[in-house]
Design a protein around this ligand. Structure first.
Ligand code: ATP
Ligand code: MG
Length: 287
């Protein structure tokens, strides 16, 4: 079966940009995102992440090549409505996504625009708020919520449109650690339990570790992609393009360079602790 999102030889330049001098913003991007997949997109500032994300729900159309969403060409005006329903977007700043003074009205906004009938809207709003753990706040004022709670309401607003995919463009970059955890837990759960396809743009490496696949953009091209374990073991290459690696991977890398025999594919704090304890046990046993 075809992938859910297919970007084929996508090239893009903003009309007001002197591409003759600097090259296109997206250059020859071939990328397939499967149904139910969780893909993280990394890349330093200006590498083209947001531009690419906007191609996934036809907010931008390719200057060359094409993007298909569930087989529908994003350049086809007749498909626009269905593509926007299937692929929901959550942006960086939660305050820019609030449209109402009451949480449940905010979540109802999307399905209302789709012309869904009121009883069905009620059902969807409750269900979406429950899915993000915000049902008890349904009558609250969104602007009084924490950043993490606001982002969860934004996710509920997208969920109420019954999307197949949610694209999140740095959704946690304005949140505190608690808010980041709430949002990440919510995204992971929606992916795992409901099979919703997730495209997460992030500059937090420990968030990218949770994905099935990491795609690294550099200068509008795909530089690297693969399982997080694979991508994050290429530490030198990531450094060259100004990216960090998750801290546990960095620590093991430094220790390996100092001669400590640790595995190359450590990603999480738990794996790091495990590898170090094993090593300590072995060295005690050896003495
Ligand atoms: N509306 C626009 N008009 C002209 N150029 C733009 C526009 N938006 C982005 N660009 C340029 O396109 C390039 C890619 O930008 P984009 O926002 O996609 O990068 P990004 O990887 O999302 O960066 P960041 O990490 O800062 O969010 C940059 O050089 C940027 O200056
Ligand atoms: Mg961006």
């Amino acid at each position: 079966m075809n992938a859910f999102i297919c970007a084929e030889k996508v090239r893009f330049h903003y009309d007001n940009r002197a591409d003759m001098l600097s090259g296109p913003v997206l250059d020859d991007i071939d990328l397939n995102i499967e149904r139910g997949e969780f893909v993280a997109i990394l890349g330093h500032n200006g590498s083209g992440k947001s531009t690419l994300a906007k191609h996934f729900n036809a907010m931008l159309l390719p200057s060359g090549g094409r993007v298909l969403v569930s087989g529908r060409d994003t350049a086809d005006q007749n498909e626009l409505y269905e593509i926007r329903r299937m692929v929901g977007m959550v942006l960086q700043n939660p305050d820019n996504q609030i449209v109402s003074t009451i949480v449940e009205e905010d979540v109802a906004f999307g399905p209302e625009n789709l012309g869904v009938e009121p009883s069905e809207i009620r059902r969807r709003v409750d269900e979406a708020l429950k899915a993000v753990g915000m049902l008890e706040y349904r009558e609250h004022a969104p602007h009084k919520l924490s950043g993490g709670q606001k982002q969860r309401v934004a996710i509920a607003g997208v969920l109420a449109m019954q999307p197949e995919c949610i694209v999140l463009d740095e959704p946690t970059s304005m949140l505190d650690p608690q808010g980041r955890k709430e949002v990440l837990d919510t995204i992971s759960r929606l992916n795992r339990e409901r099979g919703i396809t997730i495209v997460l743009i992030t500059h937090f490496m420990e968030e990218a570790v949770l994905a099935d696949r990491v795609v690294v953009l550099e200068n509008g091209r795909i530089l690297l992609q693969g399982h997080p374990r694979e991508v994050f073991s290429d530490i030198e290459r990531l450094r060259q393009v100004g990216l960090d690696v998750p801290q546990p991977a960095e620590l093991c890398h430094q220790l390996r360079r100092a001669g400590v025999p640790l595995p190359e594919d450590v990603l999480t704090a738990e794996e790091c602790v495990e590898a170090l304890s094993l090593l300590l046990e072995e060295s005690y046993a050896g003495n």
